[in-house]
Design a protein around this ligand. Structure first.
Ligand code: G3P
Length: 217
């Protein structure tokens, strides 16, 4: 499973990158707002740091506007994946941009039929938002499983990019289903390393070690 980091915080990306944990990055207008930085400047810094796909989102609501913004964002770096929303106009923009050979991430996906349309429009990535489905008492993971089954039934190459990840269980469940990518906030990736039995076991080992009076170095 590929890990993308869902943030525009370059310090957080750098820390995870140094550990080999970052295969790509996703941003959106809310994350750019949170960074307090200029979209082109921060996206360029991320693209220079991470060779994998870096998603940058359009904000126009009509296909023509999305295509124009997508082409402008593509100028930042070769590894930009243009993000468009899963609307009818977004699908038109997806088709136009992928026909020109650009990577496109179709975002705000909440149903299997939306995902099917995105694949037919040539999307490189489909971003189902699992956390936001859980928020309204639906099961986000059911959607990941449905999309996996549908894409596999017909050999669609669109990669399932599990988004709106809020917990480590989202990551392990998506991995079990076979999602291609999980895009995670940095703190979720760090939490994956934690287990209370690891902490307890380490504490016990260190106490026993102290009783031996030995040192390794
Ligand atoms: O990957 C999409 C993400 O940024 C949205 O997450 O937690 O706002 O639903 P969230």
């Amino acid at each position: 499973m590929k890990f993308f980091v869902d943030t525009a915080d370059t310090d957080a990306i750098r820390e995870l990158k140094d550990l080999g944990m970052v295969d790509g990055v996703t941003t959106n207008p809310s994350l750019i707002m949170k960074s307090g930085r200029d979209i082109k400047e921060v996206t360029k810094e991320i693209c220079d740091m991470i060779p994998g796909p870096v998603s940058a989102e359009t904000v126009a609501t009509d296909a023509e506007g999305m295509i124009a913004e997508g082409l402008e964002l593509k100028k930042i770096a070769d590894n930009i994946a243009v993000k468009v929303p899963l609307t009818w106009d977004g699908l038109k923009a997806c088709k136009a941009l992928t026909d020109k050979g650009h990577m496109v991430n179709v975002t705000l996906c909440f149903s299997a039929t939306q995902a099917l349309l995105a694949a037919k429009a040539g999307a490189t990535f489909i971003s189902p938002f699992v956390g936001r489905l859980d928020d309204i008492n639906l099961d986000g993971m059911d959607l990941i499983a449905d999309i996996r089954e549908i894409y596999d039934n017909y050999g669609f190459q669109t990669q399932i990019l599990t988004a709106s990840v809020r917990s480590i269980n989202h990551v392990s469940d998506a991995a079990k289903i076979g999602a291609d990518v999980a895009t995670c906030p940095p703190d979720v990736i760090k939490k994956m390393a934690q287990h209370p039995l690891t902490d307890k076991g380490l504490d016990a080992f260190l106490k026993d070690w102290a009783k031996t009076g030995q040192s390794i170095l």
